[in-house]
Design a protein. Sequence first.
Length: 301
Amino acid sequence: MRIAILSRNRNLYSTRRLIEAAEARGHTVSVLDPLRCYMNINAKEPEMHVRGQILESFDAVIPRIGASITFYGTAVLRQFEMMGTYPLNESVAISRSRDKLRSLQLLSRKGIGLPVTGFASKPSDIPDLIDMVGGAPLVIKLLEGTQGIGVVLAETRQAAESVIEAFMGLNANFMVQEYIKEAGGADIRCFVIGDRVIAAMKRQAKPGEFRSNLHRGGSATLVKLSPAERTTAIKAAKTMGLNVAGVDILRSNHGPLVMEVNSSPGLEGIEVATEKDIASQIISFIEKTAKAHKTKTKGRG
């Protein structure tokens, strides 16, 4: 198979592992910087160009699109879909998962457990917004934030009001969520491929920090999932329409709660923590499922 990987840096761990796994299984791999790709959009024969050359067709494309280039990256992926290339994750599913508020609303509609979440735009709504999520302490999240950036724990009502007012004053889009104290600064990253959770790790925040992101100094260890956690992760990925996803779950007193569904989950932390060859399992999934023009949306949406 000819496989394209949309990535801005072929030396990143996840990209490098996918190249190694694909080539070890006899596939030809090209790494394409999505920002260097540009499109000829027409009714008869849509094309993808890079540096003045028309790209040859690919059997499959693996999107590793950073959050900062979601709009352009998904447009490039959509063009590949229109050209008949099989996408590991579809452009519509990636866009859906990157919109934090929309993704929570979709998960809510499917009855999937979530932290109680509030969203408002007027300062006069702040008191009720805080009460809505159970009062302080509470978590305030910028909708555009990634890797724990733009996430604030407000430990008192006064602090919560001050941060919310500040965000509103900056016209920032944010949501307010209940603080799950019993999680103890830990969450679980479930790595979903198809209809299976193939690996899971517990991420623990460093002392004095409540964000468990590995980029913020958190540690990762192997964890055993409960049947409810496994079912929740698979259902969350399916709701987003993602074939491959990192589903972040909190353990609460009332069951597993989904914090986020990541469409480009990193491989390094979970491969190291679980000692599993996840990159090869991704390539194996592509081998079993890739067919020309096999997308639910055909590049629409």
